[in-house]
Design a protein around this ligand. Structure first.
Ligand code: F6P
Length: 323
């Protein structure tokens, strides 16, 4: 293998930049030319492909976002555009691809590499931590730390005013940021898309808190939970408990930015090296995964077809600790 390309696609995640750096520098180490594709699959279609050398990835190790930009590319769903993308890669002599992103990115990679003879190695990069086959994804640690720090600040004012706060965190289909933060901030309840019927449980908890005259509390809500998010939930609470003074805080895209934590930088470095070494060893259509603290390759197929489950232990422990 003489030339490889790296791209980032889907929602950006802190850790993508140090991962690009690791891919480019590992390629250089093995005498492989590295290329960067701007705007994910869109850049493959538009031939927005640049040569990347070691010095081009200086100064990005501590930066959030992605120097290669990102996009959710609709055109890549169509065969004629994937053909164009392949022709562009071929024209550059690119023989292998590292795709950093989430399940949408991997679905695209799967289809692309089954149509054209080009090996792809995926690196799980999404704040949601919702990729099957890996214990953790790039960006999850930074995003959950960002959310936790914001909630800690909210708790100060919540306590001062004896108010019940609903803090909405990201996670359209996945509740892991909410769960982790719920545990980390001592939330009275956590609402996630994967668990239904949580409101009845909350009612009981609020009754208990009311009896103890404790109104200040934090509820962590994943944006995609069943009732429709923090605003809707606060209306339901106000109706049932008019004595509670509630406030809503939606953290939003701040969770996707910021300097990656040491955990995410280390993960990015290790996964980036492993991806290039995998391509070099002739692997194809695999995802670099962290399983029980060990880097492994798992078939992209698994990441695409299986659903990542939330850890039931975390849910159980939240129930114990929120009483
Ligand atoms: O990347 C994952 C994610 O941040 C989800 O948690 C969130 O629901 C979604 O992306 C938001 O996407 P967009 O930035 O396209 O609005």
């Amino acid at each position: 293998m003489k030339k490889i390309a790296v791209l980032t696609s889907g929602g950006d995640a802190p850790g993508m930049n140090p991962c690009i750096r690791a891919v480019v520098r590992t390629a250089g180490y093995y005498g492989i030319e590295a290329y960067g594709v701007n705007y994910g699959y869109q850049g493959m279609i538009d031939n927005d492909i640049i040569r990347l050398q070691s010095r081009d990835v200086r100064f990005i190790i501590d930066k959030g976002g992605t120097m290669l930009y990102s996009a959710r590319c609709k055109q890549f769903h169509e065969h004629e555009f994937r053909k164009k993308a392949f022709e562009n890669l071929k024209a550059h002599g690119i023989e292998g691809l590292v795709a950093i992103g989430g399940d949408g990115t991997f679905t695209g990679a799967q289809i692309f590499s089954s149509e054209y003879d080009i090996p792809v190695i995926g690196i799980p990069g999404t704040i949601d931590n919702d990729i099957a086959g890996t214990d953790v994804t790039l960006g999850y640690d930074t995003a959950s730390n960002t959310a936790m720090e914001a909630i800690d600040k909210i708790r100060d004012t919540s306590t001062s005013h004896n108010r019940l706060f609903l803090v909405e965190v990201m996670g359209r289909d996945a509740g892991d940021i909410a769960l982790r933060c719920g545990l980390a901030v001592g939330a009275i309840a956590t609402f996630i898309p994967e668990k239904k019927g949580e409101f009845d449980q909350l009612v009981k908890s609020l009754e208990r808190a009311k009896a103890r005259k404790k109104r200040a509390n934090i509820i962590v809500v994943a944006e995609g939970e069943e009732t429709g998010g923090a605003i809707k939930l606060s209306e339901m609470i106000n109706e049932r408990f008019p004595e509670y003074e509630t406030r809503v805080s939606i953290l939003g895209h701040m969770q996707r930015g910021g300097s990656p934590t040491v955990f995410d930088r280390e993960l990015a470095a290790r996964m980036g090296v492993k991806a290039v070494e995998a391509l070099k060893a002739g692997e194809r259509n695999q995802m670099v995964a962290m399983v029980n603290n060990t880097l492994q390759l798992v078939p992209l197929e698994k990441a695409v077809t299986e659903r990542a489950e939330v850890n039931p232990e975390k849910i159980r422990m939240l129930e114990i600790l929120s009483r």
